[in-house]
Design a binder for this molecule. Structure first.
Ligand SMILES: [Ca+2]
Length: 336
């Protein structure tokens, strides 16, 4: 009994000194359970009740880290199916591909009270609607080819159906990524970040000297985050991105990096806390400072946090990383 007690004491001392070196842990970490055989099943969003959604081969939902398969949203032939957002009522949105690209199209769904429905009927050759955000009014945003042609930024709700938000420049394309509870929408059009409010789309500036921009999220105070880019290659792995923030007047701020050249911001909550990734490390930006989230979790957790995808108003964060060498999704909960 005494030896067990001593061992426990020593272990405590080791843990305590390691924790002191790294700074006290500020978050508890929970692994998001993945189904057997799923190689890539990651979280995309967390609501204020702490419910997480994501997926890959079928839409996924997690409560306290426990996995629920939401299925393929009524489609049999789909290859992939992602849930991309969830509001505080628990309404989930997402999209799936009906077969191999580019032969088949996409469908977008809304899942509410256990029932899924498509929000469009346009899924032709390589086309269809993709959705990325929902607010507490049930307004959904994304992109759609509408009557054909390039994908346009859209908003959808039960009453009005799908509406075109317009676009910047002459190229006419774009995607809406985020919407807040005041129905302000942000996204990208013609390689520029935009905000849509009061029925009008306006450009959000890139950082001085940078060429392109995307806004991914906007909080209820009208503060938006996203990236500026050197060039126009968003999807390419070697591009240089920089996390940035736009205030209510559209003034842009460089959020910096964790040391390397690149960073990206994916979400902002109503407290103004921003999350994202930089150089393979997940970050939180608050009070004007970017911090590596790996320094804020228990040092013996076995996790390496690669990027953070979403944050709720309680400060809970979801993202992806490596746990004991394999890929996984994580949930961070602030320790009071
Ligand atoms: Ca969020």
């Amino acid at each position: 009994m005494a030896r067990v007690y001593l061992v426990a004491m020593l272990l405590y001392a080791v843990t305590a000194s390691a924790a002191m070196c790294a700074g006290a842990a500020r978050y508890r970490i929970t692994e998001l359970e993945t189904p057997a055989g799923a190689v890539y099943c990651y979280p995309e969003a967390i609501n204020n009740a702490g419910v997480v959604v994501g997926g890959n081969y079928s839409a996924a939902l997690w409560r306290n880290g426990r996995y629920t398969d939401l299925g393929k949203m009524g489609h049999q032939t789909c290859l992939t199916c992602y849930a991309t957002a969830i509001n505080d009522e628990g309404t989930v949105v997402g999209w799936g591909s009906l077969g191999p690209y580019p032969e088949s199209g996409f469908y977008a769904f809304v899942w509410k009270n256990g029932r899924a429905r498509d929000i469009d009927t346009v899924h032709w050759y390589g086309g269809g609607t993709m959705v990325y955000g929902i607010n507490n009014k049930g307004e959904v945003v994304g992109s759609s080819p509408l009557e054909g042609g390039p994908n346009r930024p859209i908003i959808w709700d039960e009453k009005n159906g799908m509406r075109d938000l317009g676009s910047l420049g002459n190229e006419g394309e774009g995607t809406a990524y985020g919407i807040n509870n005041k129905s302000q929408v942000v996204g990208e059009s013609s390689y520029r970040a935009f905000i849509w409010q009061n029925g009008k789309i306006t450009e959000l500036p890139t950082l001085p000297g940078w060429e392109s921009g995307i806004a991914y999220a906007i909080n209820d105070n009208g503060v938006a985050v996203g990236v500026s880019e050197k060039g126009r290659k968003f999807a390419e792995p070697k591009t240089t991105l920089r996390a940035c923030l736009w205030d209510q007047k559209g003034k842009v701020t460089d959020l910096g990096t964790l040391g390397g050249p690149s960073s990206g911001a994916s979400d902002i909550n109503n407290k103004g806390q921003v999350v994202g990734g930089s150089g393979g490390m997940a970050f939180i930006w608050q009070d004007g400072k970017m911090t590596d989230l790996n320094k804020l979790i228990p040092p013996d957790s076995g996790w390496s946090l690669v990027t953070a995808t979403d944050i709720n108003d309680a400060g809970q964060i979801v993202g992806v990383g490596k746990y004991k060498g394999r890929d996984g999704g994580f949930l961070l909960t602030p320790i009071p």
